[in-house]
Design a protein around this ligand. Sequence first.
Ligand code: GRF
Length: 193
Amino acid sequence: MVLSTGINRIRTAVFISGTGSNLKSLVKFSKTKLSPISIEFIVSNNSKAKGLNYAKKFKIKKKVLNFKNKKLSENNLLSILKKNNIEMICLAGFMKILSKNFIKKFKGKILNIHPSLLPKYKGLNTHQRVLNNKEKYSGCTVHFVNARLDSGKIILQKKVKISKKDTEISLAKKILVQEHKLYPKAILKVFNL
Ligand code: GRF
């Protein structure tokens, strides 16, 4: 696909494990005039991931790999991505940790979204930990992926105010709305657009 500016769009794969609401927002973004990416592939480690329905809806190729044998799954995946000329990867709620070897193959070309203001609250159960610590703010972060969990260079963040009434569910919802805006913005920033 060619951008209206004449630049080729970067062929991108999105990795998911669940609902895929970030995937949906990325697909919508990728169809806008300004988008530097086109989404050509969806990968999931979970065959029951709701987000896989977007493959059919948007006519995007998909692959499910269980990652039980990580090395085998990753090698299989690398060859599929190569065959499909995938140049960039967006992790969007992908619950598996990619190996150093895999990350090296896409060095500087894997992005992730995390529902906290990194470097605070890396890892799982972010919202509950934030609430337990009585934080006033949380938010979301888009960052490059390196070999250490949730530790790569930060691209963009959005702060969200926590209200006294917030629960794990309400906070997750509030942050997710911001995630859907932040990921496309971060991609534009990566490409200096
Ligand atoms: C998001 O909150 C993302 O930041 C986190 O997992 C959630 C995935 O949601 N890593 P969805 O599958 O994109 O709806």
